[in-house]
Design a protein around this ligand. Structure first.
Ligand SMILES: [Zn+2]
Length: 145
């Protein structure tokens, strides 16, 4: 039995994973499937987990970044803009970079009324000052070496 299955289970978190793969250009940079490259998107997933196959080709540290972006995008989708504290605009420069990528992923994954809510979140987030500290949020577990 093959590890690959089509079509995707279209659950919201899997959609975020696929959009993350696209924002990071995985179909062109790490995917070994011609159909992904041609479609410009990740078209294959593992049957058991639903994870995009492109993710399996990442090195551990890159997978750490991938998962951090998916996690942030899910939190932004669920909580973004609910309060002043939920702007996901870190004072740490590297954390802010992850957050900016997650914003892109979230935008790609939402449509309709969700996108209208998300736009309100983005307006709130745009008012945040630029990051003034280096590195990642100290509460985030460090990437693997
Ligand atoms: Zn792929």
């Amino acid at each position: 039995m093959s590890d690959f299955a089509r079509p995707y289970l279209d659950k919201p978190s899997l959609l975020l994973m696929r959009r993350t793969a696209e924002v990071l250009d995985l179909p062109h940079t790490v995917c070994r499937r011609r159909s992904c490259r041609r479609a410009n998107r990740c078209r294959w997933s593992f049957r058991e987990t639903g994870m995009p196959c492109c993710r399996a080709n990442l090195t551990p540290s890159r997978r750490w970044g991938f998962d951090a972006i998916v996690d942030l995008a899910a939190r932004m989708r669920d909580n973004g803009g609910r309060s002043e504290a939920m702007t996901y605009a870190s004072r740490h420069a590297d954390e802010r970079l992850l957050e900016n990528l997650a914003v892109l992923v979230g935008w790609q994954a939402l449509a309709g009324w969700q996108r209208r809510l998300y736009r309100r979140f983005l307006k709130l987030r745009a008012k945040a000052p630029p990051p003034d500290l280096p590195g990642f949020d100290p509460t985030r577990p460090p990437p693997p070496a």
